[in-house]
Design a protein around this ligand. Sequence first.
Ligand code: AMP
Ligand code: MG
Length: 409
Amino acid sequence: MSHDFPTRISFARAQEIVQAVALAHPVDVERKPLSRALGRVLAQDVVAEIALPGFDNSAMDGFALRSADGDAPRRLVGEQFAGRSGDFSLAAGECLRITTGAALPAGADAVVMKENARIEGDTVVPAQAARAGQHVRRRAEDVAVGDTVLRAGVVLDASKLSLAAALGHHDLPVRRRPTVAVFTTGDELRAPGQPLAPGEIYDSNRVLLQTLLIAEGYEPVAWPVLPDDPDAMAGALKDAAFSFDLVLTCGGVSAGEKDFLPAFLQREGQVHFWKVLMRPGMPVLFGRLGEAHFLGLPGNPVSVLATFLTLARPLLDTLQGRAQPRPRLRARLSADVSKSHDRLEFLRGVLACDDEGRLQVTPNPADGSHRLRAAAQSNALVVLAEGAGHWPAGTLMDVLPYAGLDAGR
Ligand code: AMP
Ligand code: MG
């Protein structure tokens, strides 16, 4: 196939191209109520229009008083509950019953816990003198008016959303979720649950891609398996390109007789690159089809996992304007590793914390890109740099977690 697009490029170059393309095509902004905004990327800074706390208030249930009165008994002059705006003002020798979150009365500068005071009729006797400021939450000690509390590009999690709520926001401007059409390809594929004929295998990549996407908050739409037929493929893919931000395929991108996708994309769209010097995942194809981004992942299951995590996910992150970096972890190898080829390699391994709290990664020796069990028994990709090399046990390696760090794998 004659071509004029980059091929056999370095992994770093592939990531740069993905970034540049995604930056040029940000998805739109929409407003979402806070309870629907989990995992979304914030589209604008949030600047506080009110202070937090909004007024000096009590951190305890007890008695508001003046620290200058020492441990002298106080005259109880009333009560102040959270949510009430009673206009109390304390004079010397006075105190006020108060609940957590209730506004501190004028004149008071400390709170004594209920448990540390004795009540005798209308008199309250503190067990000891209160320090000025004791159990008092000061106005604006958390957030002052005008503070930028959330930056555009952060991913909204529960605590960030509740901060926005505390500042009075009912909804927030967020990036729309890119829409993704998922295709698996190959005459050999059968849906799980159906009988297999000789030579057939179950389609495992469909659920792999669907759930990788769902775990990131997307709502992928999966098509029936595409046969290895150029016309049938072209029809379905062009159709999807009309209505989705990303057309994500797997299989049909290497150099076999039935790998029609690179030529198809060159003919019907635009190829940004085909083939990246990485392992697994070398034949990955990236380009544009109509109005959609097109990412053709290889067919081998572990290649799908590696290329999804290292190319598809960053593409989707950047389309949404995500500025918050993914955690980049480093862990010590617990066994020697070597490789004789030049490509960047993503090995599977088990990432765990040792008894001293250090991250350790145990590479799985089953490194074939069809070895799905090794991937299921692992929880991270271990990055082996370009060039042949030997990494003795104890070497600090970059790792990319793809599942939880729980024990017992
Ligand atoms: P291909 O690039 O289409 O030649 O596929 C490479 C390898 O991955 C072949 O062994 C395919 O049978 C296998 N494969 C392709 N698609 C899937 C899929 N959806 N589920 C499981 N294995 C697949
Ligand atoms: Mg195939």
